[in-house]
Design a protein around this ligand. Structure first.
Ligand code: CA
Ligand code: CA
Ligand code: ZN
Length: 435
């Protein structure tokens, strides 16, 4: 799944009588392609006694990026805000005075291409057949991305390894094994043994996850990506997926999250997807509304998936979305809105809490209790913070009403799809999911 290399000093590893030897592997998860501006984490996995010290170097003796920081204890190298020129091969060296081991990792950086787009989905095909040279008068202005006008050095994988358009179909009822072609294309760990899909976006769980938890997750993804084709295409295109942890599983059991700080095992029952770790997660006890769930009062997966829609779709597809959201957040903070709530924590939580209220699945506390306030409905959000409401509405223009996970009245539910000017292209009948 990633570009690990084995330690180059295997003879040392088998020499008897030595202190426990080092072994060492450098890796970047979950893919060797990273997007410009994102934080990149390179791991230097090792074990040994005494504990080693770590050194990172680059090929051709190039200097480490200015934004690179190495954790002296774990050896992890973090580059905050990676730039295209930071790409290439990096070498981790671990030395504990007994052994010295090295391993390499390389990655490519996809530049931000949001300011350069093709006007037709056929542009890549036309470019491949030589049309940029044969017909430049039309091609260069209409297919600037595929013709390499704006990014002549664009690594081809930045275009060709993406998945493309989402599907017009879904299967949210009949849970199956993970299809081989999906497992291969998304490099899915064998932890995942159960599968549904919403518009081709995999909905995943382990063998012990109840099927109904996967169905509810699939309904949520179907629901939250119904409103705009461009947004679900984007979530699909960056290999987006959703997963539900069984009640007995924890955050680090999710393969994409297995290298996170273990504190997330007790702190989180779901995380939003990002383009680096493109899985949005939730938990069985919450999606199925178990009585003993400590977070039962609110829909955690919808909160987390709102992060995923933001990170993997809205900010990529909608012009100036992040700048406008940030401005709304700053204005809210300056005017005391969401004081003493989680929405005030960061612009990301401001967004996700706003989405929860828009879909009437937030918790309500009045006075605010440090996490929530009185705003927990669409109507209240519209009155309390109209700018945030408008941003949420821009992403969810169909104004669909979700079936609440504790009410489960799917029979009477419909999901409008692809709404422009309030007019839906089609409808999804909610009763087809739980039958
Ligand atoms: Ca909330
Ligand atoms: Ca309220
Ligand atoms: Zn959040």
């Amino acid at each position: 799944m990633s570009t690990t290399t084995q330690a180059t000093t295997s003879s040392l590893l088998t020499t008897p009588g030595r202190p426990r030897a080092l072994r060492n592997a450098a890796m970047v998860r979950p893919t060797r392609l990273v997007n410009e501006g994102e934080q990149l984490t390179l791991l230097c996995l090792t074990a040994g006694s005494p504990p080693p010290s770590f050194t990172w170097t680059r090929e051709n003796s190039a200097a480490l990026p200015g934004a690179a920081v190495v954790d002296p204890v774990t050896g992890t190298l973090v580059i905050g805000g990676v730039r295209p020129e930071d790409d290439g091969m990096y070498t981790c060296t671990a030395d504990n005075g007994v052994d010295v081991v090295t391993s390499n990792v390389s990655f490519a950086v996809c530049p931000d291409i949001s300011g350069c787009s093709d006007s037709s989905k056929w542009c890549p095909n036309w470019a491949n057949s030589g049309e940029c040279e044969n017909n430049p008068g039309w091609m260069l202005p209409n297919c600037p991305l595929s013709c390499g006008v704006c990014h002549p050095d664009l690594p081809s994988e930045c275009l060709t390894t993406k998945r493309g358009r989402s599907w017009d179909t879904w299967e949210c009822s009949n849970v199956t094994d993970v299809p081989d072609e999906v497992r291969t294309e998304l490099n899915l760990d064998t932890f995942y043994q159960k599968y549904l899909h919403a518009y081709g976006i995999p909905i995943l769980g382990s063998s012990i996850l109840p099927d109904d938890a996967l169905r509810r997750c699939c309904y949520d993804v179907l629901f939250m990506l119904a409103d705009r084709r461009d947004l679900r295409d984007s979530y699909f295109n960056v290999y987006g997926r959703a997963a539900i942890m069984a009640e007995s599983e924890v955050t680090l059991d999710v393969p994409e999250h297995s290298n996170m700080d273990p504190i997330f095992n007790t702190r989180a029952r779901g995380l939003g997807g990002t383009t680096s770790f493109p899985v949005s997660t939730g938990a069985e006890e919450n999606v199925l509304c178990y009585q003993h769930d400590s977070l039962r009062v609110e829909d955690i997966f919808m909160h987390e998936f709102a992060h995923g829609v933001h990170n993997m779709a809205a900010k990529i597809v909608i012009p100036d979305f992040n700048a406008r959201l940030e401005a709304a957040y700053q204005d809210a903070m300056a005017n005391g809105r969401f004081a003493n709530t989680y929405a005030a924590d960061t612009v990301f939580e401001y967004w996700a809490e706003g989405v929860q209220s828009y879909f009437d699945v937030n918790h309500e506390r009045d006075p605010p209790d440090g996490i929530h306030n009185h705003v927990n409905t669409r109507e209240e959000l519209m009155v309390y913070d109209p700018v945030l409401y408008n941003l949420v509405h821009e992403v969810f223009p169909c104004e669909n009403r979700v079936v609440k996970r504790c009410v489960k009245d799917y029979d009477a539910s419909e999901i409008k799809v692809d709404c422009e000017n309030g007019l839906a292209r089609t409808l999804i009948d909610g009763s087809t999911i739980f039958n």
